[in-house]
Design a protein around this ligand. Structure first.
Ligand code: PMP
Length: 301
């Protein structure tokens, strides 16, 4: 059998229309060039963005972050903020997405072989508007069983984790390690032994009525959901502290949860087989999940 004859169970819906550099193309024709440095070197940046009730959630913050990521890797954005916003709206409308997920990518573009950034000077923009389900619904009820994988989070002095780059192998491998070991998710440590984040989500613990989350300086993405959760918690009178956390702090926490655009807020029931608190979603986590659900519904009114 030729490789190209295999049936891929993940073939995208042929009805899906993908925005590439100004054109909306059917998914089967939405291809990138093999000389794109995004493919050759993971050289590019991206965002994962939610659409709730036809509106792009936290659109301004996602656009800010992709511009910041691009700036950090010396990638000149080929569109203005307004053009990017218009392109995302065009894509959700073309695909009739009311509640879904946008994947926005900017690649270094087609270039010559070789990693120099001056070998690719024409960045490409790709927008996919579809749906995403990171975790099955039952995990929101029972909480994730997590482990600390041996794969450490990239050191902040390598490509900083605050750059949401197309090179996600660090996270991919940590997640694979956790799944192979029979866990739902990994909570990664940095080289100093401090807790950083999940493989695609930020992490919070609750202790004595306060929220604690690692600071950006320990090598994490500045999560947009993380920021919103801190604001929602404050409305309830829970102050969030950005502080260095050891695994010990998570083991002995009252509650723990992860936050992210795709996952929203998901409870963590255990870490390395130690139950956290009662070993099920705690009351403050459940309260914040409800507040988050209210918040995103209110945006539509
Ligand atoms: N950390 C990592 C590594 C991520 O990839 C993400 C986004 N999936 C997050 C945290 C959460 O960020 P946000 O809330 O902005 O989606």
């Amino acid at each position: 059998m030729r490789l190209s004859d295999r049936v891929n169970p993940f073939t995208p819906n042929p009805e899906l229309r993908i925005w590439i550099d100004g054109d909306l193309r059917p998914s089967a024709e939405a291809c990138i060039n093999v000389f794109d440095h995004g493919l050759l070197y993971g050289d590019g940046v991206f965002e994962g963005i939610r659409v709730y009730g036809g509106e792009i959630f936290k659109e301004g913050e996602h656009i800010d972050r992709i511009f910041e990521s691009a700036g950090a890797i010396l990638l000149e954005m080929p569109l203005t903020r307004d053009e990017l916003s218009a392109a995302m709206h065009e894509t959700i409308e073309a695909n009739g997405v009311e509640d879904g997920y946008i994947r926005l990518l900017v690649t270094r573009g087609v270039g010559a072989l070789g990693i120099s950034i001056d070998k690719a000077s024409c960045p490409s923009v790709i927008i996919i508007a579809a749906t995403i389900q990171l975790y099955p619904p039952e995990l929101y009820d029972r909480g994730l069983r997590c482990m600390t994988p041996g794969t450490l989070r990239n050191h902040p002095s390598t490509t900083c984790a605050r750059v949401k780059s197309l090179n996600y192998l660090n996270n991919v491998m940590a997640k694979a390690e956790a799944k192979l070991a029979g866990y739902d998710e990994g909570i990664m440590l940095n080289a100093d032994g401090y807790v950083t984040e999940g493989t695609g989500d930020n992490v919070f613990i609750v202790k004595n009525g306060g929220l604690f989350t690692p600071p950006l300086s320990c090598g994490i993405l500045a999560g947009i959901t993380r920021k919103l959760v801190m604001e929602l918690a404050l409305v309830r009178g829970y102050v969030s502290h950005e502080s260095l956390l050891l695994r010990h702090d998570v083991y002995t926490a009252d509650e723990c949860f992860l936050t992210g655009t795709a996952a929203e807020i998901i409870p963590v029931a255990s870490l390395d087989k130690r139950p956290i608190g009662e070993g099920r979603p705690g009351p403050i986590t459940r309260q914040l999940m409800a507040d988050f659900a209210d918040y995103r519904t209110r945006r539509r009114d």
